[in-house]
Design a protein around this ligand. Structure first.
Ligand code: DLL
Length: 437
């Protein structure tokens, strides 16, 4: 169902007009209200009046994660604290967290965007939606919660964890939509099977999964194991949380809510804008945010944009699945490789389970000659003769070599030995952090 047809089906010309109008207003707003942006714009020699066309966006300064850190907690804010009704935050791996304040207007916009997102994924008011994203500072829990309520679905706010009880509720309350990280969906399925429950025989029909990279192979695996349509959703704390973009049931790229977020693709090395279709770093500008609007945020996420209207009738540009982040690329003996490429190759091989660890030697930095991949194998293979394990190991090694041109040490491990996480999975570890198996 198209919930906001007026916006979601706008012609490119009307969308451009709307975006330009909002971009001009946003440039004037941050210049006036956010000392951080006034300074940044002055340093770049640009005033709000210089924004006359959409192409003029390149005159505006970029914002990076470092800007959030350096101005922690509220240095980018454009309103006074009495207008803020909620604050979220992302943990980050190092240093200070990123803090995201919201006005009541922002919460309303976010709820609308998330309701639209869920409708795009195929969720309706008749659905029972079990929300297993973490509640709290993380934007996943409350973002989905408010959006699903606004859509009129029946929300079961389980949050992450307590997996056995989740399976029980899922059966008893007739859950038809599950929302969580893709890696947690695998844990749910594994736990269900341990309890003798086949999720394919429940009312579950859709999963809305995001917050971490996952491959198309992983999608296929989840869809066949759980008997659902697995929809990809993207978002980030700095911009709003989940809801920046999502797939429709055609699963051919994530529709960006272009009436709220202006997307660009740049060459991460030069900062120059790239045309539609080319792969590069996603840069996002908020067009309607009040508390903490952001100009040209460098997401570090690698993707490309497709402006062709979709079969579903929506016109907003679609971004392709995130293939990696500029900061998670590994360089193995001179060959660049993203963890998600490794996942794609692994999961194409029969007998491999979607649980793996990529072991690097951080002492050598990301440019490492050392790469080891730990992979769980299926029960069948594990309990079969040794030669099957050896064959699988050889096959994986040669696939890594022929598809990705990397040489990696493959270590097959027993089913269910790699640590499961309830939120975002950690796939790349340093050899010093290795669990003892
Ligand atoms: O992960 C927001 C979110 C919650 C999105 C629930 C979707 C569902 P952060 O914790 O700030 O926000 O992390 C944002 O996660 O820059 C990407 O690198 C990654 N990410 C998010 N969605 C996807 C996805 C939330 N669908 C960072 N595919 C982003 C790949 C994703 N990576």
């Amino acid at each position: 169902m198209i919930r906001d047809a007026r916006y979601e089906q706008m012609s490119r010309g009307d969308l451009d007009k709307l975006q330009l109008e909002r971009l001009k207003a946003m440039a004037a707003y941050v210049y006036d209200k956010s000392p951080f942006y006034q300074r940044a714009m002055k340093e770049k020699g640009v005033a709000p009046g210089d924004i006359q066309t959409l192409a003029d966006i390149t005159k505006l300064p970029f914002t990076s994660k470092l800007d959030f850190r350096d101005n922690y907690p509220f240095g980018l804010m454009a309103v006074s604290m009495d207008k803020v009704v909620r604050v979220h935050s992302s943990s980050g791996t190092t240093g200070k967290p990123v803090v995201a304040p919201y006005t009541q207007g922002d919460i309303d916009t976010w709820s609308d965007v998330m309701a639209r997102t869920l409708a795009t994924a195929g969720v309706t008011e008749n659905d029972v939606l079990q929300n297993s994203y973490g509640y709290g500072l993380f934007t996943g829990g409350l973002g989905f919660h408010y959006g699903a309520e606004r859509l009129g679905a029946s929300v079961i706010p389980t949050g992450g964890g307590n997996t056995k009880r989740q399976i029980l509720l899922l059966q008893d309350l007739g859950t038809s939509v599950i929302t969580c990280t893709p890696s947690y969906s695998l844990i749910l399925n594994e736990t269900a099977l341990d309890m003798g429950v086949d999720l394919r025989e429940t009312k579950l029909r859709v999963g809305v999964f995001g917050a971490e990279p996952w491959s198309d192979q992983m999608r296929k695996d989840i869809e066949s194991k759980m008997g659902i349509s697995a929809i990809n959703i993207y978002g980030l704390t700095e911009i709003i949380g989940p809801g920046v973009s999502t797939e429709c049931p055609y699963q051919c790229g994530m529709h960006i809510a272009e009436d709220h977020f202006l997307a660009e693709i740049i060459n991460p090395d030069t900062g120059k804008q790239l045309p539609y279709g080319e792969i590069g770093e996603l840069v996002l500008t908020t067009l309607t945010k009040e508390a903490q609007p952001v100009l040209r945020f460098r997401t570090k996420d690698i993707t490309s944009l497709n402006p062709e209207p979709c079969k579903c009738g929506r016109t907003h540009v679609r971004m392709s699945r995130i293939t990696g982040r500029t900061d998670d690329m590994l360089v193995v003996k001179g060959v660049n490789v993203f963890p998600s490429q490794i996942e794609s190759v692994l999961l194409d091989v029969e007998g491999v389970e979607p649980h793996y660890l990529i072991v690097v030697d951080r002492q050598q930095g990301f440019k490492s000659d050392y790469l080891e991949i730990w992979v769980e194998v299926s029960e069948d293979i594990f309990s079969d003769e040794m030669s099957k394990m050896e064959d699988l190991e050889d096959r994986l090694r040669s696939e890594m070599d022929s598809v990705l041109a990397i040489s990696a040490k493959i270590k097959l491990v027993e089913p269910k030995t790699i640590t499961r996480t309830e939120g975002k999975a950690k796939r790349v570890v340093d050899k010093s952090e290795l669990p003892i198996l």
